[in-house]
Design a binder for this molecule. Structure first.
Ligand code: FAD
Ligand code: NAP
Length: 535
């Protein structure tokens, strides 16, 4: 690429978001290039290839809906697709829509500076290239920056092998004959532990906070489900988009928990536990709003853990008691709790014996040293803001995004930032993003951004920017809604609480996908209300 080459739009990232963004802009005749740090397209599904990695939403719902042809052609093999199949799907999308020619792999964007006079962004990559563009779309992912192992003192001294789940080696890892430490018990660990345990000599799980997990009941996709979707696809897609979480099978019950007797509650939870996945949280319409209602569902899962795990002391340690169910993302597992019945798996409760350091030979807690051959860091991500924070983004009047967000991210609708004209975020903080089926959230954002760019083109407008007032109002609304729910009661990554020193601000929008989508549509219909548009 030539120094200073000019295109209409630079897109950063080639996951679900970046691929669809490129496709939509092509359809509009808007020139675009994509920069992707990874060796392949796929984003999350390229990087997270740890054993057991799979989607936690049923496959037919966690995929693009924009092309009925693509939808019809692609055949999922499992109820919850595994990482290799998801990566294959995204590669197929890149080929099917001939996207690769505009994607530059293994190229990291290091800076994006706005030139106010020219009304252009200058985007710099780690290859030393600069490209000039009118619009810059950050499709950089909510969960694309793994937390550094260095958060655990001494990690550099460890003599064995170690891996972060979010940067798993391409050839996989053979754990045969090895003693393994897994640090963390979030979704990544919960998917990986049963598979590592089946292979390794011994697995020691280091748990700081237990997580609620529900069974996936995964298996080959049911041909009846496929046939039903083929018949009703459009209606089902619409139904999914009209649910709060963008997932058709998680539509909320009509009843509040307190309107049901304990026996009815148990029956409702049992039915949803049998169905599997997030369905449990939809049993009653107040489970994410009311702590008492929520505790009925939490108690049900505690009982399930005690039924599955033979050692009552281990079951008690695995039962989350310090926060409401759902306030951290529920995990969807295959045999997680039962894995603790194996002789070769042990659980270390870090609330009783915190990790002091990683040593040359293993992990040392307040109680003792655990020697291991290998360490799996399943410690999560610098979520929502991490990827943007790594880019030197400078807007109008030399304003740095890092400074603008020093007390927590502020956006208008999670799509734009005051002071940063013509910069768009896909699933930015302040949008439903990670509290929604991400495939649904991403398509809605990409469509909105594309429509906005087309609208600008029709008017030959040069710059669009959110006003501070509209942004402040939206941020206040995001917080206000979060405060009516159970979400702030957990030290979750939604709040930035998993990263030492990160401001504690609830980042995603929990008002529900349909409410949010309608608001975005209304803003657009009113000529991008809340934005200034420069001719
Ligand atoms: P990503 O897939 O994260 O892609 C962003 C890309 O941008 C990355 O490839 C990254 O390398 C690139 N990038 C970032 N910064 C730069 C830069 N400066 N320069 C160049 N490239 C850059 N969501 C669900 O709804 N359901 C699920 O079941 C689900 N499972 C998940 C499982 C795991 C293990 C993880 C980590 C996340 C999961 N998610 C899930 C969330 C998931 O991230 C989204 O569903 C979706 O894949 C996000 O797509 P994206 O394109 O927005 O971001
Ligand atoms: P995570 O949910 O943030 O879990 C990280 C785990 O590591 C937590 O148990 C955390 O404990 C622990 N941890 C972090 N830092 C630690 C430290 N310094 N010392 C000890 N323990 C530490 O990360 P994740 O499991 O990678 O999942 C992140 C998100 O990605 C999920 O919530 C989900 O949205 C998505 N995901 C989805 C799937 C899926 O099922 N499809 C799979 C993987 C990921 P604390 O809880 O105490 O912080």
């Amino acid at each position: 690429m030539h120094q200073g080459r000019e295109v209409d739009t630079v897109i950063v990232g080639a996951g679900f978001s970046g691929l669809y963004m490129l496709h939509r802009l092509r359809q509009l005749g808007v020139s675009a290039v994509v920069f992707e740090a990874g060796k392949s397209v796929g984003g999350t599904w390229f990087w997270n290839r740890y054993p057991g990695a799979r989607v936690d939403i049923e496959s037919q719902e966690y995929c693009y809906s924009f092309s009925p042809e693509l939808d019809r052609e692609w055949k999922w093999t499992e109820r919850y697709a595994a990482q290799p199949e998801l990566l294959k799907y995204l590669n197929h999308v890149a080929d099917r829509f001939d996207l690769r020619k505009d994607i530059h792999l293994e190229t990291r964007v290091t800076a994006a500076h706005y030139d106010e006079d020219a009304r252009r962004w200058r985007v710099t990559t780690d290859k030393g290239e600069t490209i000039v563009c009118r619009f810059c779309v950050m499709a950089t992912g909510c969960l694309s920056v793994p937390k550094a192992d260095a958060e655990l003192p001494g990690s550099e001294a460890f003599k064995g092998d170690s891996w972060h789940t979010g940067r798993w080696p391409e050839g996989g890892v053979d754990f045969t004959g090895k003693t393994v430490a897994v640090i963390g018990t979030g979704s990544s660990a919960i998917q990986a532990i049963p598979i590592i345990a089946a292979q390794a000599d011994h697995v020691t799980v280091f748990q700081r906070t237990p997580n609620f997990s529900v069974p996936a009941h995964n298996g080959p996709i049911d041909p009846a489900v496929v046939a039903d979707w083929e018949k009703n696809r459009d209606a089902y897609r619409k139904e999914a988009r009209d649910t709060g979480f963008g997932i058709r099978y998680v539509s909320m019950g009509e009843q509040a928990a307190h309107e049901a007797t304990p026996a009815e509650q148990k029956a409702a939870y049992e039915e949803r536990w049998k169905y599997g996945g997030f369905a449990l949280l939809g049993a009653y319409n107040d489970l994410i709003l009311d702590r008492d209602a929520n505790s009925t569902a939490a108690k049900f899962v505690h009982e399930k853990i005690h039924e599955i795990v033979k050692d009552p002391a281990v079951a008690a340690k695995l039962s989350p008691k310090t926060y409401p169910i759902g306030a951290k993302r529920i995990c969807v597992d295959t045999g997680y709790y039962a894995t603790f019945n194996r002789d070769n798996v042990s659980l270390v409760d870090l609330t009783e014996e915190p990790i002091e350091r990683v040593t040359a030979n293993g992990v040392k807690t307040g109680a003792k040293e655990y020697p291991v051959d290998a360490i799996v860091y399943a410690i999560g991500f610098d979520a929502m803001t991490g990827a943007l924070d790594k880019i030197d983004i400078t807007g109008r009047a030399g304003a740095k995004l890092k400074d603008a967000w020093s007390a927590g991210p502020k956006t208008y609708l999670g799509l734009m930032v005051a002071g940063f004209p013509n910069l768009f975020l896909v699933t930015g903080p302040g949008s439903p993003s990670v509290l929604c089926n991400m495939a649904v959230a991403i398509e809605q954002h990409v469509d909105w951004i594309s429509d906005c760019i087309a609208w600008m083109g029709e008017r030959q407008a040069r710059a669009i920017e959110a006003t501070e007032a509209a942004q402040d109002e939206w941020v206040a609304h995001v917080n206000e809604v979060a405060d009516t729910t159970i979400y702030p009661y957990a030290n979750s990554w939604y709040l930035g609480a998993n990263v030492p020193g990160k401001p504690r601000v609830f980042m995603p929008y929990i008002g529900g996908f349909p409410v949010y989508r309608d608001k975005c549509n209304e803003v657009a219909a009113r000529g991008y209300e809340g934005c200034t548009v420069a001719a």
